[in-house]
Structures are given as structure tokens and as C-alpha cells.
Design a protein around this ligand. Structure first.
Ligand code: GUN
Length: 162
């Protein structure tokens, strides 16, 4: 059977994510910790995340480091701003071409992603610790990022919602 984006959306019961793409939470630790802000969070959470060639994960940031793991489909290009500089991580299976099976996105960094060659789909997993909470999640405002990083205005035009 051809495993396309629709196959995984159905099989894994994925739903639309506010940043773009589809996801399903697969794990939420029952253990609770207090994070550095003093807020209580589950120790760790995990999701499946899927992007098709017509979708993008738009620039956003979260308050925990996020680990990404490639499962199936095309290579995912993750663009992240670290210390004011753009880095592009290619999450995929072609290690000979410099792709990585795992990626780490540092906490509080703006990042976005899309299917590298803009065809097909990609299925990954993402885990965060302390666990994910939508109050720790912030979608970027294009105008703010353009003011902060004017050299990358073209990129924000493509990869920000508004
Ligand atoms: N749960 C809901 N959205 C997300 C997300 O963007 N990342 C992680 N790791 N978990 C989530």
C-alpha cells in the first residue's frame, strides 16, 4: 500500500496543528515537575507530526528543548534562529548527504519547517521535556521578526502566518 500523507492522517488520527501540519499526542508523563518559571508541567510529552508538500510549520517557539525524530517520507528542512543566525537542519535518512535522524531545537528559539523538496510528505516525532503546554507556545508575528532580523525578511515572508 502506498503510504501517503492521508494514510498516516487516518491511521494515526492526526489533527490540524495551529502552527500548520497535523499532529497527535502519543505520550504525556504522569509525573509533574516545576519548571524554571515556577509552573507545573508534565515531565515529558511526545507527538507524531506530519507535513505535506502544501503545508508549512510556521515560525514559532516553545519554552523547552524539542527533540525531533524522522520516521517516513521526504526530508524535513527545519529552519531555526540560534543567537541571531539562521541554521537549516535536514531531518532525514540520507546520512551521506548530511541529513540527521534526530534534531534538537533549543528552547526559546524561533523555528519553522517544510518538506525539503516541496513534494510528498514527512512524518516525524517530537518530544519535549518539561512537557508541552500551549501556554509555552508562541506563534511569531512576521512584523516583529522582520524588525528583529531584517536580513531574513524574505524568509519570514514565506514562513510566518501573519
Ligand atoms: N503538543 C502539541 N503541540 C506540540 C508541539 O508543537 N510540540 C510538541 N512536542 N508537543 C506538542
Amino acid at each position: 500500500m502506498q503510504k501517503d500523507a492521508q494514510y498516516y492522517v487516518n491511521k494515526l488520527s492526526l489533527i490540524a496543528h495551529p502552527e500548520g501540519g497535523f499532529y497527535a499526542e502519543t505520550y504525556r508523563s504522569k509525573n509533574i515537575i516545576q519548571n524554571s518559571d515556577g509552573n507545573q508541567r508534565n515531565i515529558s510529552t511526545a507527538i507524531y507530526f506530519l507535513l505535506s508538500d502544501t503545508q508549512k510549520s510556521h515560525f514559532h517557539r516553545i519554552k523547552s528543548d524539542e527533540l525531533w525524530f524522522h520516521h517516513d517520507g521526504e526530508t524535513l528542512a527545519i529552519t531555526v534562529i540560534v543567537d541571531g543566525k539562521i541554521e537549516v537542519i535536514h531531518l532525514g535518512k540520507d546520512l551521506e548527504k548530511g541529513e540527521v535522524l534526530q534534531a534538537i531545537i533549543p528552547a526559546n528559539c524561533w523555528f519553522a519547517s517544510e518538506v525539503k523538496n516541496k513534494k510528498g510528505f514527512v512524518l516525524v516525532s517530537c518530544t519535549v521535556a518539561p512537557g508541552f503546554d500551549f501556554t509555552d507556545f508562541e506563534m511569531a508575528k512576521k512584523a516583529d521578526l522582520v524588525i528583529q532580523y531584517p536580513a531574513y525578511a524574505g524568509l519570514f515572508e514565506e514562513l510566518c502566518f501573519a
